[in-house]
Ligand binder design. Structure first.
Ligand code: GLN
Length: 325
């Protein structure tokens, strides 16, 4: 009985915690700067903040602009990695490392000394190798369609789609990604042409989602690889645990240590201002605010997750007996 009461109190508290954080973020003075390398991202209003928390028992708490679409960008690397591991399993690790890079997301410096093997699947170089693995359907368009239908399936939402304007701008301005792809090709670490691989990579970056959809799509990572509502297995439990480990250690580029220090949850950011965070066994969380900090991670998204983790006790470094969601 006390358990039930404690749980109900916590659910009530969780609704209040989410609402309070959104209100605090609305008033925050230092909001960071939106990505400015392509016009469709540069013009997004920094005043916006959204948040969605989906608990393991299927409750959804949202606040602020939780239904506003934003560009997924590097958060897509989590779904692309999941798909690639389903195709080639642990053979992927012959071509991509599993160590934090300590460098910017689009850095090329380590690639030469490490002979075209990117440090991890969440920096651009690593995600480009993952895209090469996912290019199994012939043309990039078909492989992108496969990724989108996977994300739709995860989120239980068939409306999720690519923002074509963003995709076009990505490929018009993606010179650094072109350099990374060609450089890895020179080491033999791409099997397809850089053009085809990048068409898939740019397309996946341009997927548009809102916080509610993103938190739904991340449910398998909080639920040991299962869709917690249907009970269907998405990935083996070990794989979900390992993806979470990579998100914790590599999900925020050269700010991954700082994110672990402040938030203490597996998380993956994107330059569209979104962050997907996972409280294992408890909740899948999406936050979005387009203003970025110096490392290209959402300024208020990080702050909001720091407050959520502190107030719920959900950090993976917290007491294991904090109330369950
Ligand atoms: N489209 C961006 C790029 O490839 C994604 C980077 C990011 O979200 N960090 O540069």
């Amino acid at each position: 009985m006390t358990d039930v009461v404690e749980r109900l109190n916590f659910m009530h508290d969780l609704a209040a915690i989410v609402a309070d954080i959104a209100e605090e973020m609305q008033a925050a003075p230092d909001r960071g700067k939106p990505a400015d390398y392509i016009p469709p991202l540069a013009r997004v209003d920094v005043a916006q903040f959204g948040m969605a928390v989906v608990t393991v028992d299927g409750r959804v708490f949202t606040a602020g602009s939780a239904d506003e679409l934003f560009s997924l960008q590097s958060i897509s690397k989590v779904f692309a990695l999941t798909l690639a591991l389903g195709k080639v399993g642990s053979q992927l690790w012959d071509r991509v490392g599993r160590e934090p890079s300590g460098s910017a997301f689009n850095s090329i410096v380590q690639l030469e000394s490490e002979r075209g093997i990117p440090r991890n699947p969440f920096i651009n170089a690593g995600a480009i190798v993952v895209a090469d693995v996912n290019l199994t359907r012939g043309a990039p368009r078909e492989s992108l369609a496969e990724l989108i239908s996977f994300v739709r399936h995860l989120a239980d939402d068939d409306t999720i789609a690519v923002d074509v304007e963003v995709a076009k701008s990505e490929s018009e301005t993606g010179f650094r990604n072109v350099a990374l792809a060609n450089y890895m090709k020179s080491f033999g670490n791409l099997h397809h042409t850089p053009e085809d691989v990048l068409a898939l990579y740019f397309g996946q970056c341009a997927v548009a989602m809102n916080c509610r959809q993103l938190a739904m799509a991340g449910r398998y990572l909080m639920a040991a690889g299962l869709n917690p509502t249907s009970g269907h297995r998405i990935v083996p439990e070990t794989r979900a645990r390992r993806i979470n480990a990579l998100m914790l250690t590599c999900g925020h580029y050269d700010a991954s240590g700082d994110f672990a220090f402040r938030v203490g949850l597996p998380g993956k950011s994107g330059v569209g201002g979104g962050i997907l965070a996972v409280a294992p066994g408890r909740a899948s969380i999406a936050v979005w605010s387009p203003g970025l900090n110096a490392q290209g991670n959402s300024q208020l998204g990080t702050l909001a997750l720091e407050r959520l983790a502190t107030r719920t006790g959900w950090s993976v470094f917290d007491r294991a007996d904090a109330p369950p969601a």
